[in-house]
Design a protein around this ligand. Structure first.
Ligand code: BG6
Length: 475
């Protein structure tokens, strides 16, 4: 058998993409509640929109999402039916501290997470909690400018202390920040950054990253102090960059692009900024806002495991004209003529998945946990109510097979695998509902209309077999 007996098969979501209930339970306003559906979403995510509260008549998909806030029992029961061993979800910071750093946490919504976690445990589903998946309380954006301020570290640690204490013995696996490298690509979403005209944006992003890195190290320390059984992971938006040709210039560009992905988890895993990273920062006219003791903190508290999202590989070219021909999860890439793409232009590359896993394992020699992988696609509900999604099964089958080869043939140490959006959810990049990843369909369209009814797709039954055979039966 390729995978360990305790391999954690499951699915993943994020609070703002599934929960809804944006004003319920005492929840406060978060950056992600201001991300509209439609043409202004991308600019808003880049931090170029001066937005502080929702505008009338605009569709903000996170406000209702798929209403898991009210459907979680039904949804987790279906995850249990699939045999999921783990469920990755995130805690909405603004449910616990609505404004970000009140003196006391919000008991009402803590009870929501108590019950969500207990429901998982009832179905023998191991909770895997992302503490911060793209949400920054607007209270802290207004007060401090988001993660550009060092004050965010204390606010985050306060949140961590509440969670580690309350869920001691129930939650063992934690991720500090989702896709930390996304700060360079979607800074308002990833770190609550809104920019002034003419600001050195890279400087602000590096400042925010440094604060998150220190916060992540201190959270790791705290987690181990509160419960030595806690396992903490970093999380990176991964995907190998290939050189477009064997021209050494393309190869050098691929090296640089790959390093831009590793730069921050190098710190989380190895405990210091890599030499090339320091040069990159200098070349962008930025400085790391080190304070006394930061270097020691980063060195003393590395993560226990490396987690990653993988959707596609990418292609680097030294020719600036060719650099942005297609997209892969907000990362620009040149076109790879050997690969097919999803309907959203993301290049499909299972072998690239095996390569990516190998690169990460070679580099860090720590267990890997794939916490996002999947295909965003349109689904059709047939007249009889069934949903046939062979394209999704084909994508996942090929990727699981590639992961299996990484374990069996290459010796990569894998802890688990959670597919992205095990239940349909709002797309982070586009705000669409109809870009679906789920095994469970949710009846809702891009304009926000629908009954929210849940329907099992063909892939639901397929994944159930994959899990029960521990990845042996992929047919
Ligand atoms: C990752 C994020 O970047 O990719 C998720 O962690 C996101 O939040 C996922 O949903 C897929 O991207 P998209 O744009 O298809 O939702």
């Amino acid at each position: 058998m390729a995978f360990r007996n305790d391999f954690l098969w499951g699915g993943a979501t994020a609070a703002n993409q599934v929960e809804g209930g944006w004003k319920e339970g005492g929840k406060g306003l978060a950056n992600v509640d201001l991300m509209p559906h439609g043409s202004t979403r991308y600019e808003t995510g880049l931090g170029h929109a001066d937005i502080h509260s929702p505008k009338k008549g605009v569709n903000y998909p996170s406000h209702e999402a798929v209403d898991m806030y009210h459907h979680y029992k039904e949804d987790i029961a279906m995850f249990g039916e699939m045999g999921m061993k783990t469920y990755r979800f995130s805690i909405a910071w603004t449910r616990i501290f609505p404004d970000g750093d009140e003196a006391e946490p919000n008991e009402e919504d803590l009870r929501y997470y108590d019950d969500l976690i207990d429901t998982c445990l009832e179905y023998h589903i191991e909770p895997l909690v992302t503490i911060c998946h793209f949400d920054t309380p607007m209270g802290l954006v207004e007060k401090y400018g988001g993660w550009r301020s060092r004050k965010m570290i204390d606010a985050f640690l306060k949140l961590c202390r509440v969670l580690f204490t309350r869920y001691k013995g129930k939650v063992k696996y934690w991720l500090t920040f989702n896709e930390i490298n996304m700060i360079l690509h979607f800074p308002f979403v990833a770190a609550g950054l809104q920019f002034e005209k003419g600001e050195n944006e890279v400087q602000t992003e590096i400042t925010a990253v440094h604060h998150e890195l220190v916060a992540s190290a201190l959270a790791t320390k705290l987690a181990h102090e509160i419960d030595p059984l806690n396992k903490i992971g970093c999380m990176v938006a991964a995907g190998q960059y290939y050189p477009e040709t064997c021209n050494p210039a393309d190869n050098l560009k691929a090296l640089a692009d790959n390093r831009e992905v590793y730069m921050f988890i190098d710190v989380q895993a190895r405990g210091h900024y890599p030499a090339y990273g320091l040069k990159w920062i200098e070349a962008h006219h930025a400085v790391i806002p080190f304070e006394t003791g930061d270097e020691e903190i980063l060195a003393a508290y590395p993560v226990d495991f490396i987690s990653l999202s993988y959707y596609s590989s990418r292609v680097s070219t030294a020719d600036p004209q060719k650099g942005k021909q297609t997209e892969s999860n907000i990362f620009a890439s040149a076109v790879n003529p050997y690969l097919e793409t999803s309907a959203w232009g993301w290049q499909i590359d299972p072998l690239g998945f095996r390569i990516t896993l190998n690169e990460l394992y070679d580099r860090y020699e720590k267990p890997l946990f794939v916490v996002e992988n999947g295909l965003g696609a349109k689904d059709v509900v047939e007249k009889d109510g069934s949903i046939h999604d062979p394209y999704r099964i084909a994508y996942l089958r090929a990727h699981i097979q590639a992961m299996k080869e990484a374990v069996e043939k290459d010796g990569v140490d894998m802890m688990g695998y959670t597919t992205w959006g095990c239940i349909d959810l709002v797309s982070n990049g586009t705000g669409e509902m109809e870009k679906r990843y789920g095994f469970i369909y949710v009846d809702k369209d891009n304009s926000g209309k629908g009954t929210l009814k849940r329907i099992r797709k063909d892939s639901f039954y397929w994944y159930k077999k994959v899990i029960s055979s521990n990845g042996e039966d992929l047919v």
